[in-house]
Design a protein around this ligand. Structure first.
Ligand code: URA
Length: 268
C-alpha cells in the first residue's frame, strides 16, 4: 500500500472522528492537497471519508494522533533499500509530553534488533548523561532523524552515516513527533543529527554550546555519546556536560553544586 494512502487515512480519519464527536469544528481543509489524498484513498479501493467543505488552506495543518503517526511511521516504505535491510522501524521512545527531547542520527544494529533508540553502548552512555541531569529515560522523548538503520554493503558489519537524502526523506516524521511532544528544548546528538535536523554543516566546535532552533524550539547541539566512547578525555566529557547544564538552565531546573562540578579537573 502506498504511504500516500496511509498518510491520507491517518490524516483524515482522526480529524473526522474529532469533528463527529464535536471535539473540533469542521476543518479549514478541503483544498487541493486533501482532494489529492482522497483521490489516492479512492483509487486504492477504500471508501473515501466524507469531508466537510470549508476554506482551503489546511495543507500544512494536518493533525496527527500519536497512534496514527506511529502506525504510519512503522509502515513507512519511502526508502525501499532501507525497507529491505531493516528489521523494524525504530519509532522513538519515552514521555510523549516531555519537556526535553534527545535526537540522534539513526538506529544502530542493537536498536534495529530491539526497536528502541539508544540502547547499545552509546545509548547506555546517553542514559548516564540523562541520569546525571536527574532525569530518567522515561522522562525524556528519544528519537532519531532517520528511523531505519542505514543499510550496509553485503558482508560488511558496523554502521554508516545516514545520507542527506535519507534524512531529508525521514525528517517530516520527526517534525510531526516534535509537533506532538511540544518540547521546551531539543538536544541534537552529533554533527549528523544537527545536519539532518537543522541543515547545519558547520563543525561541532561552532555548533555546540549555544542555542540554535528548530522552528520555535530551542536546540542544543552536542557531541554524540559514541564520540565520547572513542575519545575518553575529561575535557570532551566536560563540554557535553556544559551543554547539558545550559539545557537544565533553559528548562528552569535547579543545578546542584555537585552537578556544576562534574568533569572539572580535580584541584590539587
Ligand atoms: N546512535 C544514534 O544516533 N541513534 C541510536 O538510536 C543509536 C545510536
Amino acid at each position: 500500500m502506498s504511504d500516500v494512502f496511509h498518510q491520507a487515512l491517518a490524516q483524515t480519519l482522526p480529524m473526522l472522528e474529532e469533528i463527529r464527536d464535536g471535539i473540533k469544528p469542521p476543518p479549514r481543509a478541503s483544498g487541493k492537497a486533501l482532494r489529492k489524498l482522497l483521490k489516492e484513498v479512492s483509487s486504492h479501493g477504500a471508501s473515501a471519508p466524507q469531508l466537510v467543505e470549508g476554506s482551503a488552506d489546511a495543507e500544512s495543518s494536518a493533525v496527527w494522533t500519536w497512534d496514527a503517526l506511529e502506525q504510519v511511521i512503522k509502515g513507512c516504505e519511502k526508502c525501499p533499500h532501507l525497507v529491505r535491510s531493516r528489521t523494524q522501524v525504530v519509532f522513538g521512545v519515552g514521555n510523549r509530553e516531555a519537556d526535553l527531547m534527545f535526537v540522534g542520527e539513526a538506529p544502530g544494529a542493537d536498536e534495529d534488533e530491539q526497536g528502541e533508540p539508544f540502547i547499545g553502548r552509546a545509548g547506555q552512555l546517553l542514559t548516564k548523561i540523562i541520569e546525571a541531569m536527574e532525569f530518567s529515560r522515561e522522562d525524556i522523548f528519544i528519537a532519531n532523524v532517520l528511523k531505519c538503520r542505514p543499510d550496509m554493503p553485503e558482508g560488511e558489519s558496523g554502521n554508516r552515516k545516514p545520507r542527506p537524502a535519507e534524512m531529508a526523506t525521514c525528517l517530516p516524521w520527526l517534525r510531526e513527533q516534535i509537533k506532538l511532544v511540544q518540547p521546551k528544548a531539543i538536544v541534537a546528538l552529533g554533527a549528523t543529527a544537527a545536519e539532518g535536523l537543522l541543515g547545519e554543516t558547520r563543525p561541532m566546535r561552532e555548533l555546540r554550546g549555544r542555542w540554535l532552533a528548530f522552528g520555535e524550539v530551542p536546540v542544543m547541539v552536542t557531541y554524540h555519546p559514541a564520540y565520547l566512547l572513542r575519545n575518553q578525555a575529561i575535557t570532551e566529557k566536560r563540554k557535553v556536560w556544559e551543554d547539558m547544564l545550559l539545557v537544565l538552565k533553559k528548562l528552569n531546573l535547579p543545578i546542584s553544586a555537585k552537578q556544576e562540578r562534574y568533569f572539572t579537573q580535580p584541584t590539587k
